[in-house]
Ligand binder design. Structure first.
Ligand SMILES: NC(=O)c1ccc[n+]([C@@H]2O[C@H](COP(=O)([O-])OP(=O)(O)OC[C@H]3O[C@@H](n4cnc5c(N)ncnc54)[C@H](O)[C@@H]3O)[C@@H](O)[C@H]2O)c1
Length: 345
């Protein structure tokens, strides 16, 4: 009988998303949850009791535990960089929640620290894990839609004032790093650039229209992609009875629409492409579970994870570019940077 090798996990931050990580680890044969830490000790104790694991009283104590190979960072976004660097220095691998960082130089610091300490870093983009998203990307990459022309992403969801007031870090520049786009819309921003390709330039406008918060609850970004296509991102957390997230990709030979995580339209000139019947997939928790299993195996197989930390850069650039453009009223161009990206591809 073969014995499954397990990778030891620890979790920092015992809030809402940590529950998804803990359950994902417990349901993965190749992973084992060793312990948790939260700056509010009672939260760590209750969480540890629920999952029958160790409750560490400090991050240092957790980092000294030899059974832990990977740390899931599930703390408020603004804390990710400092904790990533600390964890990397302790030679533990990292699965960090989105957004990886809320500032570009922090993102670079995180990636550098992991490279210097020879540890893996992965960031959580569970929508990419959906079989329908993977199929859609393949169709686009095979050129079935022809030259892309208009490629847009829409996020119309609802968060009331109570949501923003429910934890001190939400809706703040310092810890959330932005609002509807940085926290919720980031998944659609990431998916759009993952499906269509890099954004070359943009104009953005962001503001808090309805909620009493520092950051935006509503944002629009006009995009030009490097491949010449144009598009918009429309994101709000004020859409009453909001209808969720839509990606709409048009090209000279075809149209593909993804509503939530289901392909609802796939029309290709002169060809009938059957959409396979996929297993049911829920972004949370299925996407997290796939990334946890992948991380456990990446450590064992000493390979790059399915979403390496460097993938966190693209959405961050678009979001921070949109905020910058909204402040200055000017177009933000990434072309200079894209030259080096093109060389990497
Ligand atoms: N991938 C996804 O779909 C998804 C979904 C929800 C949240 N998130 C991300 O996960 C992160 C956490 O979000 P959440 O909704 O779980 O927040 P939360 O407020 O519910 O939980 C955060 C936890 O971190 C703890 N904490 C705060 N500072 C700490 C510190 N210095 N050290 C240790 N613990 C600390 C808090 O006490 C709290 O228990 C955010 O970055 C968020 O953007 C990702």
């Amino acid at each position: 009988m073969s014995v499954v090798k397990t990778t030891g996990f620890g979790i920092i931050g015992c809030g809402i998303i940590a529950e998804v990580h803990a359950k994902g680890i417990l349901e993965t044969d190749e992973a084992r949850l060793i312990g948790v830490y939260d700056s509010i000790q009672t939260k760590a104790v209750d969480f540890a009791k629920k999952y029958q694991v160790i409750s560490f009283s400090s991050l240092e104590e957790m980092l000294h535990n030899d059974e832990i190979d990977v740390i899931c960072i599930c703390t408020p976004s603004g804390i990710h960089p400092e904790q990533t660097v600390q964890v990397a220095k302790a030679k533990k691998h990292i699965l960090v929640e989105k957004p990886m960082a809320i500032k570009m130089d922090d993102y670079s610091r995180m990636v550098e620290a992991c490279e210097e300490n020879n540890v893996l870093i992965s960031t959580v983009f569970p929508r990419r894990m959906s079989p329908q998203a993977q199929f859609a990307r393949k169709i686009i990459q095979e050129g079935k839609l022809g030259r892309l022309s208009l490629c847009s992403g829409y996020v119309k969801i609802y968060r009331d004032q109570h949501y923003y007031d429910s934890a001190g870090w939400r809706g703040t520049w310092e810890m959330d790093g932005g609002g509807a786009m940085m926290n919720q819309g980031i998944h659609t921003v990431d998916m759009l650039q993952w499906l269509v390709g890099p954004v070359a330039s943009l104009y953005g406008k962001a503001k808090a229209v309805l909620r009493d918060i520092e950051v935006e609850d509503t944002v629009i970004s006009l995009l030009e992609f490097k491949n010449g296509a144009m598009g918009v991102l429309e994101i709000t957390t004020t859409a009453f009875e909001g209808k969720g997230q839509v990606l709409s990709i048009h090209g000279e030979k075809g149209t593909l629409v993804i509503q939530e995580d289901t392909i609802t339209v796939l029309e290709v000139e002169g060809e009938k492409i059957e959409i396979p019947s996929f297993e049911p997939f829920k972004v949370i928790p299925d996407g997290h579970r796939i990334q946890i299993k992948d991380m456990a195996l990446a450590v064992q197989e000493q390979r790059s994870p399915i979403v390496p930390g460097t993938e966190g850069k693209h959405s961050l650039e678009i979001i921070l570019g949109t905020y910058e453009s909204s402040t200055t009223g000017k177009e933000v161009s990434f072309l200079h940077d894209l030259k080096s990206k093109a060389q990497i591809l």
